[in-house]
Design a protein around this ligand. Structure first.
Ligand code: NAD
Length: 257
């Protein structure tokens, strides 16, 4: 399949899943717009590398997904947006009665409200282009809960709800909206937690991975950014034309439990 001629905007894509999704979409021929809130040389270098490796137009645009106006400006500055991947996200872990209000507000803004703003800005462009795909990176925590992650879980359930409404509002148009729900994905962020957890529990790397991180992931294996990227590419393919308003789990069986 080829996504050549399409432009994909991926929020929060200077690392981890967002970057992995951007690379898989570029491999499929899409021009890509990378984003995060920083504006460093290395951010722009990532775009240049994708461009060089995959022969597509790749740009990096700084925009803070905690601000509605930045979210909308990211889409307008991109010029066109055929594929919108809402991926930017942060986490904070604390019991509800101790959860800092500013962390709650930031998580709801970045993980949920940003997807509302970017979708609102992108749908008119998709309608004008006569084709569009919205891919929201939710989580297994968009379908199930865990203690101490109230804001993240509320936001990710919200993303699944927003996905369904986006799909219903575009159901009779050549536009689809779906959410990918990854379980644990081995990103640099997750990798960095392993040494501390090994020390904390006096465990080997294998024990930390299987008995701490992947307790709820029956496959006992991480998902990869390439797998989440490949699922995004599939949702942009002709085979997925009638797939809309749903969730696809990439979670090693987590939500089957
Ligand atoms: P990550 O920290 O590597 O990526 C998060 C991205 O969001 C980064 O590029 C970061 O710069 C960006 N970001 C953070 N705040 C931002 C802001 N204010 N404005 C713009 N960009 C901002 O983490 P990741 O694991 O790749 O997570 C990516 C997405 O996948 C998140 O939505 C996360 O909830 C979701 N997810 C991750 C996992 C996992 O196990 N890693 C599992 C399920 C869902």
């Amino acid at each position: 399949m080829t996504l050549s001629g399409k432009t994909a905007v991926i929020t929060g894509s200077n690392s981890g899943i967002g970057l992995g999704v951007a690379i898989e979409l570029a491999k499929a021929g899409a021009d890509v717009v990378l984003n995060s809130f920083t504006n460093r040389d290395e951010d722009h270098a990532l775009a240049a590398e994708i461009s060089k490796n995959h022969g597509v137009n790749a740009r990096y645009i700084q925009a803070d997904m905690s601000k509605g106006s930045d979210c909308r400006k990211l889409i307008s500055d991109s010029g066109r947006c055929d594929i919108l991947v809402n991926n930017a996200g942060i986490q904070h872990v604390a019991p509800i009665d101790e959860f800092p209000e500013d962390k709650w507000d930031a998580i709801i803004a970045i993980n949920l409200s940003s997807a509302f703003h970017t979708t609102a800005a992108a749908l008119p462009m998709m309608r004008a282009a006569g084709w569009g795909r919205v891919v929201n990176i939710a989580s297994a925590h968009g379908l199930t809960a865990s203690p101490f992650k109230s804001a993240y879980i509320a936001a990710k359930h919200g993303v699944v709800g927003l996905t369904k409404t986006t799909a219903l509002e575009t159901a009779q148009e050549p536009i689809t909206a779906n959410a990918i729900c990854p379980g644990y994905v081995l990103t640099p962020l997750v990798e960095a937690q392993i040494p501390d957890t090994m020390r904390e529990y006096n465990m080997s790397r294998e024990e930390v991975v299987k008995n701490v991180m992947l307790t709820r992931q029956p496959s006992k294996d991480f998902a990869t950014v390439e797998q989440v990227g490949g699922t995004s590419v599939f949702l942009c393919s002709d085979a997925a034309t009638q797939i809309t308003g749903t969730t696809i789990s990439v979670d090693g069986g987590w939500t089957a439990l």
